[in-house]
Design a protein around this ligand. Structure first.
Ligand SMILES: Nc1ncnc2c1ncn2[C@@H]1O[C@H](COP(=O)(O)OP(=O)(O)OP(=O)(O)O)[C@@H](O)[C@H]1O
Ligand SMILES: [Mg+2]
Length: 269
């Protein structure tokens, strides 16, 4: 791999949790400033993959190459108690303290940086409000600003669209796309619903059966490609510009996962 070009590159990565091989052989590469969706059904290993990239869990095999400097991260399912005595502004400032290297910014510079981020994510009007009392969409903006405040070259977002209504989803997707350009960050964003993302993503990484395929959406979301990935036949149907992935074929563990979350409806851009 040519370091310095890729924002993240995985080469035959394997991760076992307890006795369970969650990722068997995952390889893909994300270039600088690319906007990429990480797609898979519940339990397919999206969170595991993001945590492995962050170095929170060890890999059993393969390698992960990362850019120098900070990585921004918003975990899945953060619960912010309404009584938590932190304003939106404070949460963003805390993002400046996670640096492993370098010196702390002087307080004036910190305040300027926080104000810039409040503006960038459209959170100025609720800057002084306790985070736990904000709506889901407002909290997502604050957490995004928290992750971006150190200007990472790579931003990992675990299901940032979960629990948002249709309007907020569209707003956050548009915001993410704009911010990734503005900050020059590559974004890897997990979701099990591709629908709101396909019009804006450069690539998708589709995770199933412990393996991944990556590429442009219309290269990946195809009957033959996904059937090979799942290890049994799936049908990718296009109806009125939408795509539906339907499980068929042999009973396997990954088929059970697809049956629990049986249909992805997605729009082809
Ligand atoms: N600490 C652990 N020990 C053993 N197995 C685990 C552990 N954490 C997760 N797993 C298992 O690994 C698999 C992948 O989990 P993961 O959370 O990565 O999936 P996911 O794609 O993020 O799912 P979701 O869409 O529900 O968030 C699941 O089967 C899960 O039960
Ligand atoms: Mg997850």
């Amino acid at each position: 791999m040519n370091a310095g070009e890729a924002a993240v590159a995985l080469d035959r990565v394997a991760v076992t949790l307890g006795e369970r091989p969650v990722l068997r052989e995952v390889s893909f590469r994300l270039e600088a400033e690319q906007f990429c969706a990480l797609i898979g059904t519940n339990g397919s290993g999206k969170t595991t993959l993001l945590r492995a990239i962050l170095g929170f869990i060890p890999v059993q095999a393969g390698r992960i190459d990362l850019p120098a400097g900070a990585i921004g991260y918003v975990p899945q399912k953060i619960t912010l108690d309404p009584g938590l005595p932190l304003r939106a502004r404070d949460v963003i400032a805390l993002g400046l303290d996670g640096a492993r290297f370098g010196t702390r910014l002087p307080s004036k510079a910190r305040a300027v940086r926080v104000q810039e981020m409040l503006r960038a994510v459209g959170a100025e009007e609720f800057a002084e409000q306790r985070v736990g009392t904000l709506s889901g969409g407002q909290q997502q903006r604050v957490l995004l600003a928290h992750a971006l405040v150190r200007r990472p070259k790579l931003l990992l977002l675990d299901e940032p669209l979960a629990n948002l209504d249709v309007g907020s989803t569209a707003e956050i997707v548009a915001l993410l796309r704009r911010l990734s350009h503005e900050f020059g960050a590559a974004v890897l964003l997990s979701a099990h619903d591709m629908n709101p993302l396909l019009p804006v993503v450069d690539r998708i990484v589709y995770l199933a059966n412990g393996c991944a395929v990556s590429g442009k959406a219309d290269e990946v979301v195809r009957t033959e490609v996904l059937s090979r990935l799942y290890g049994y036949h799936v049908d990718v149907l296009r109806v009125h510009g939408r795509v539906v992935v339907i499980a068929a074929g042999a009973r396997t563990e990954s088929r059970d996962a697809l049956e629990r979350d049986p249909v992805h409806t997605i729009t082809v851009p």
